[in-house]
Design a protein around this ligand. Structure first.
Ligand code: NOJ
Length: 566
């Protein structure tokens, strides 16, 4: 392992706060407007200061960037856009020396169509061993002119693209649950399985502490690839209806979708579990699996499979006390039943940032997210207030929490990007009907001064930053009492000091239906999701998401109190 040995054998991931870095948008050291690994290394001390335990890096591997790096053309190298393998070594050593663990992304459902494996499959032709590594099929219809089935891409449009044979005639079709540049592997292939074991070992040998597994519920498809019509909302990542996610990544998809949550995926993770277990230290697998209900998702984290799964049910829950209480109970029970910690998450690079999402109203709440047709954009003041309260609640909960870069600054979704700047394939595949996810991927502001708010040493950032983000820059919040950054720092420090992450939830009634209040060890947490003020119970106020006047907790505010000893 490179860098400092972190304490092994502690199952650190059960209580960890894991900070997601989206490399394109975190920090740019070479001035080309795109974030890079050297930029991340330089900023790690600020994450140490924030108080996180680990970082998760979204993909930085060689890629044509058709899906912002989730289209990998070499799993064991760094894209020149982000640096070199040496830069990765420096990043990891710097992180480990600071006591920060490093989780990297792995994208096993599909590769880039530029990957040598896919190019070899195209060249080798139907029936070849190379084609058996991906999901090629003959088309239907007289001349194979119709797709093999009716599946739709998560990003819009058909999930199949027809190939052209070397002589120019139309050939077989290949499956891509995402963009046409992301062909799906066929995980029935033992060759594919062996390649991915090797990829895991490549990064484990370099000392990574684990993997976030992309589309961890999608790798196995039902035999015969039967037709399937998802609910009206269109393409879906699976899971239950969300209130305000980017459209298309959640829907009322029954568990029978023949491309999601098939039993065969579990054999793959049992195998990967063994690969990780052969390494010293606590290496982890974290599932991106949009599976409902939570009791079903818990299958991904049975003791011999993965260690964590993103709790998207929590992310999808509106700012509403009864619903929050019920999803918290359900999460602790479902994950607890299989001996896994619950995770908690409010934002990531695929969803509308929670400082905007929690203030969406009406129609926008019904799974339409923010798009060109959105009427009534979220109120940013209300959104930030709710986001601070929601984060304060989340960070008090037992288990492991995920943060997405910029939420500690209270960044909202960037809702008015110029169309010419958009890069998300969803935007292109839906002919501009859906914005996609660029609005949550805008480079983050470090300093109020300068063209790109300290993000880049050059002048521009790859997506334009809203002018008002100057006021949210880290240097404007650092050390400023009451800032969102200081709220996060305080929450992370108290969470550690009071061992909240390894505690329990004991609900306290009596504050009315709009309040979620509970005891975790010697701390009482009171989250007021309504608009009317309530009286706080006895106890010293340790943290409040808004300034308190006397012992009143206003609406959309969360407070932590130290319990009074009898
Ligand atoms: C989930 C990732 O989080 C998302 O960004 C990506 O587009 C899809 N998987 C496809 O890899």
């Amino acid at each position: 392992m490179t860098g400092t040995e972190l304490t092994p054998g502690t199952e650190w991931w059960r209580t960890a706060v894991i900070y997601q870095i989206y490399p394109r948008s975190f920090a740019d050291a070479n001035g080309d407007g795109m974030g890079d690994l050297a930029g991340i290394s330089a900023r790690l001390p600020q994450l140490k200061d924030l108080g996180i335990d680990a970082i998760w890096l979204s993909p930085f591997y060689t890629s044509p960037q058709r899906d912002a790096g989730y289209d990998v053309s070499d799993y064991c190298n760094v894209d020149p856009l982000f640096g070199t393998l040496d830069d990765f070594e420096v990043l990891q050593r710097t992180a480990h020396d600071l006591g920060i663990r490093v989780i990297v992304d792995i994208v096993p459902n599909h590769s880039s169509s530029d990957h040598g494996w896919f190019q070899a499959a195209l060249a080798a032709g139907p029936g070849s061993e190379e084609r058996a590594r991906y999901t090629f099929r003959d088309g239907k219809g007289k001349n194979g002119e119709l797709p093999p089935n009716n599946w739709e891409s998560v990003f819009g449009g058909l999930a199949w693209t027809r190939t052209t044979d070397p002589d120019g005639t139309p050939g077989q079709w290949y499956l891509h649950l995402f963009d046409s540049s992301q062909p799906d592997f066929d995980w029935d292939s033992e060759w594919v399985r062996e390649q991915f074991r090797a990829v895991l070992r490549f990064w484990l040998d370099r000392g990574v502490d684990g993997f976030r597994v992309d589309v961890a519920h999608g790798m196995i498809k039902a035999p015969g690839l039967p037709d399937y019509t998802p609910p009206a909302e269109g393409g879906s990542m699976g899971g239950a209806p969300a209130s305000a996610l980017e459209p298309g990544i959640s829907a009322e998809t029954p568990l029978t979708a023949p491309y999601w949550a098939q039993d065969g995926v579990h054999e793959i993770y049992r195998d990967w579990h063994q690969v990780l277990a052969a390494y010293p230290g606590d290496r982890v697998l974290a599932a991106e699996a949009w599976v409902d209900p939570l009791s079903q998702m818990a299958k991904w984290v049975r003791p011999d499979e993965m260690h964590q799964a993103f709790n998207f049910a929590y992310l999808e829950t509106p700012w509403n006390a009864p619903q929050l209480k019920s999803v918290i109970d359900e999460s602790l029970e479902a994950f607890g039943n299989v001996g896994a910690p619950s995770t908690w998450v409010l934002s990531n690079h695929d969803v509308v940032r929670h400082a905007s999402r929690l203030a969406l109203t009406g129609d926008n709440l019904q799974g339409h997210g923010i798009g060109p047709k959105t009427v009534g954009l979220p109120d940013t003041v209300l959104g930030l207030r709710r986001a601070r309260a929601a984060s304060a609640l989340m960070l008090s909960l037992p288990g492991s929490s995920y943060l997405y870069q910029g939420e500690e600054l209270g960044l909202p979704e960037a809702v008015d990007l110029p169309d010419h700047a958009r890069e998300d394939p969803t935007w292109f595949r839906t002919n501009g009907e859906r914005y996609g996810r660029d609005g949550c991927r805008v480079p983050i502001p470090w300093e109020a001064a300068g063209e790109s708010f300290g993000f880049s040493t050059g002048e521009k950032s790859w997506l334009p930053q809203p002018a008002e983000w100057a006021g949210l820059a880290r240097d404007q919040q650092n050390g400023v009492a009451g800032s969102t950054l200081e709220l996060y720092k305080l929450a992370l420090r108290l969470r550690r000091e009071h061992s909240l992450a390894s505690g329990t939830v004991e609900w306290i009634d009596g504050f009315g239906p709009e309040v979620a209040a509970y005891r975790n060890g010697d701390v009482i947490v009171v989250a007021n999701t309504g608009s009317a003020s309530i009286q706080l119970p006895a106890g010293e106020v340790l943290l409040a998401s808004e300034e308190l006047v006397s012992r009143t907790l206003p609406g959309d505010t969360t407070a932590w109190l130290r319990t009074v000893q009898p």
